[in-house]
Design a protein around this ligand. Structure first.
Ligand SMILES: C[S@@+](CC[C@H](N)C(=O)[O-])C[C@H]1O[C@@H](n2cnc3c(N)ncnc32)[C@H](O)[C@@H]1O
Length: 468
C-alpha cells in the first residue's frame, strides 16, 4: 500500500513537471520498478541505517530504501526544486519517522561522512571541467552525475553503500578517467547492472542514453563484482543471470577502462594495440575552423582531404562524389593538419545505432601527404606527437582485424556509446604486426570480403574453434 502511494506521488510529480525546469535541472524521475531494483542492491541490514538521497525529486529512491530498512532508520534528502522537495517530504514521511529534506543544491550542503546508505539518480548533464577536492586528492569531473557521485561517495560512513542510477558513459573514454581512478581507489566496486534496452525503463521520461545501476561501498575491494550485463527492469535483479567477476578481469590499462563482461578467452593472448607499437590519433582538420583552405578542385600544392564519406567499405577512395570538398589548398601546410604519405587504417569516430558494426575501419594507402577530417581516427605507428605511417600489409591486416565480429563484440562490452574513442581503441587486443600482415595475405580488401569471410580468415589464422 505504501509503495503504491510513493509510486503515485512520483507519477503526479512526473505529470506536473514544468518543461523548462525539467530540462534545466534534468528532472527525469525514476519509475517504481527501477527504484525497487536499485534498493535491492543494498545489503539487508537488521539495524537502523542512515539514508541519504541526493537530488531526491519526488523522494522515490529514499522512500523505497527507507521502506526496506529497519525501523529507527533516518533519511536525509537534498533537492533544489522547492515543489519536488515538498513532494519528497510527503513520500518520505509515509515510510520513515526521521526525515530531513534540505531544499538546496547538493553542492551547497556540507555533508559529513556518516551515511550507511546513499542512493541517487542524479542529473546527467555535461559541465565544463571542474575540480572537486577530496581527502584522496582532487578529482576532475566533466559531468554532473560524476560530481554527484563524488559527493555521494564522500558522504559514506565506513562500510556504507551507495547505489546510483547513471549512464554507462563513465566506464570508458578519456573524459571519465580521473573519476574512474579516484572511485576505484576510494571504494569497492560491488555491482554493475546495465539495462539492455534503452526504451523499456524510464518510458515516460524519454531517456535515450544507456542506463545502469552502480553499487559501490566504503570498504576494501570485494573479491568478485556482480555483473548483470543485460538487465531488465521487469523482474527482480536476483532472478536475472549475473556473473561474478574479479575486478581485475573487468578493468583495462592504467586508465582503468571497465568492461561489462570478461574478455572473450580467444583474445586473452593478445597485447593491446598500443603495446604492439600502434597509436590511434584523431584527424586534425576541424572543417569549420578551416573553411578557407577547403577546395573542390585539386591544386598543384594542395592535398587530398578524407572524410567519412570517403570510406567505401574496407577501403578509402578519393575523390568521391559527395557534397564535401575533396581537397585542401597549400595554405593548410602551416596548420599542423597534414599527415605524411603512406599506409593507415582510418576509423569512423561515430557509428549509427542501426549500423551492423560499431567500428567502421577502412584502409588507406596514400602516395602523397594528405589531410583527415576530425571525425575520423587514424591508426599509425608513431606517437601522440609524431605520425608514422604503417607498413602497407599491417594497415590492411589491421583493417580486417577491426572489422571482425569478435572485435565488434569486444567494443560493445567496453562502450555503450555510438562514439568510438581513441582511448578505448588503444586498449583493444591486437595481433602482432607479422600476424596482421599474415591476415592481410589471406584476404584482398579490394575484393570486399564479407563478414563471414573476415571471421573465417581470423579463425583459420589463430586456430580458433568455431564459435558456439
Ligand atoms: C534525474 S532527477 C531524479 C530525481 C529522483 N532522484 C528520482 O530518482 O526520481 C534529478 C533530480 O535532481 C535535482 N537536482 C538537479 N540539480 C541539483 C542540485 N544541484 N542539487 C540538488 N538537486 C538537484 C533535480 O531537480 C531532479 O529532481
Amino acid at each position: 500500500m505504501t509503495s503504491d502511494s510513493i509510486a503515485q506521488i512520483r507519477d503526479e510529480a512526473a505529470a506536473s513537471l514544468q518543461p523548462e525546469r525539467q530540462q534545466q535541472w534534468e528532472q527525469f524521475l525514476t519509475p517504481m520498478p527501477v527504484a525497487r531494483q536499485a534498493v535491492e542492491l543494498f545489503t539487508p541490514c537488521e539495524r537502523p541505517v542512515r539514508i541519504l538521497d541526493l537530488g531526491s525529486g519526488s523522494g522515490i529512491l529514499g522512500a523505497v530504501a527507507a521502506e526496506h530498512a529497519a525501523s529507527g532508520s533516518s533519511v536525509v534528502a537534498v533537492e533544489q526544486d522547492d515543489r519536488l522537495a515538498a513532494m519528497s517530504e510527503t513520500s518520505l514521511c509515509q515510510v520513515c519517522g526521521d526525515v530531513t529534506v534540505i531544499n538546496d543544491s547538493v553542492f551547497d550542503v556540507p555533508l559529513e561522512p556518516r551515511f550507511d546508505r546513499v542512493i541517487l539518480n542524479p542529473p546527467y548533464k555535461k559541465t565544463s571541467p571542474t575540480v572537486i577536492p577530496t581527502s584522496a586528492g582532487d578529482v576532475k569531473v566533466t559531468n554532473l552525475y560524476t560530481a554527484f557521485l563524488v559527493i555521494a561517495i564522500q558522504s559514506l560512513a565506513e562500510g556504507g553503500e551507495c547505489v546510483a542510477i547513471i549512464p554507462r558513459s563513465w566506464m570508458n573514454g578519456d573524459y571519465f578517467k580521473d573519476f574512474r581512478k579516484w572511485m576505484l581507489h576510494e571504494c569497492s566496486l560491488d555491482a554493475l547492472a546495465v539495462y539492455g534496452s534503452r526504451q523499456e525503463h524510464f518510458k515516460d521520461m524519454s531517456i535515450l542514453q544507456e542506463i545502469m545501476l552502480l553499487k559501490v561501498s566504503k570498504r576494501p575491494q570485494t573479491k568478485k563484482v556482480m555483473v548483470i550485463a543485460d538487465a531488465s527492469p521487469m523482474m527482480p535483479l536476483a532472478q536475472q543471470p549475473a556473473d561474478m567477476v574479479a575486478l581485475k578481469a573487468l578493468t583495462m590499462g592504467s586508465d582503468r577502462i571497465l568492461r561489462i563482461r570478461q574478455q572473450d578467452a580467444r583474445l586473452s593472448g593478445f597485447k593491446t594495440l598500443s603495446d604492439e607499437g600502434l597509436w590511434v590519433s584523431t584527424g586534425k582538420l576541424v572543417w569549420f575552423r578551416n573553411r578557407d583552405v577547403l577546395s573542390s578542385v585539386a591544386e598543384p600544392d594542395g592535398h587530398p582531404l578524407y572524410w567519412s564519406d570517403n570510406q567505401c567499405g574496407l577501403v578509402m577512395r578519393h575523390p568521391v562524389d559527395c557534397d564535401r570538398e575533396q581537397w585542401v589548398t597549400g595554405e593548410a601546410d602551416g596548420r599542423h593538419v597534414v599527415l605524411p604519405a603512406g599506409g593507415y587504417c582510418l576509423v569512423n569516430r561515430f557509428s549509427a545505432k542501426e549500423q551492423n558494426r560499431r567500428i567502421y575501419a577502412s584502409y588507406l594507402s596514400s602516395d602523397v601527404d594528405f589531410v583527415a577530417d576530425n571525425k575520423l581516427n587514424y591508426v599509425h605507428q608513431g606517437t601522440s606527437r609524431k605520425t608514422i605511417p604503417l607498413d602497407d600489409m599491417v594497415a590492411r591486416g589491421l583493417t580486417l582485424w577491426l572489422s571482425s565480429t569478435i572485435i565488434d563484440e569486444w567494443y560493445r562490452q567496453v562502450s555503450g556509446s555510438t562514439q568510438i574513442n581513441a582511448t578505448d581503441l588503444r586498449q583493444m587486443p591486437c595481433p602482432s604486426k607479422p600476424q596482421l600482415a599474415a591476415l592481410a595475405g589471406m584476404l584482398s580488401l579490394n575484393d570486399m570480403p564479407n563478414q563471414h569471410l573476415i571471421d573465417e580468415a581470423m579463425r583459420g589464422l589463430f586456430s580458433w574453434a568455431k564459435a558456439s
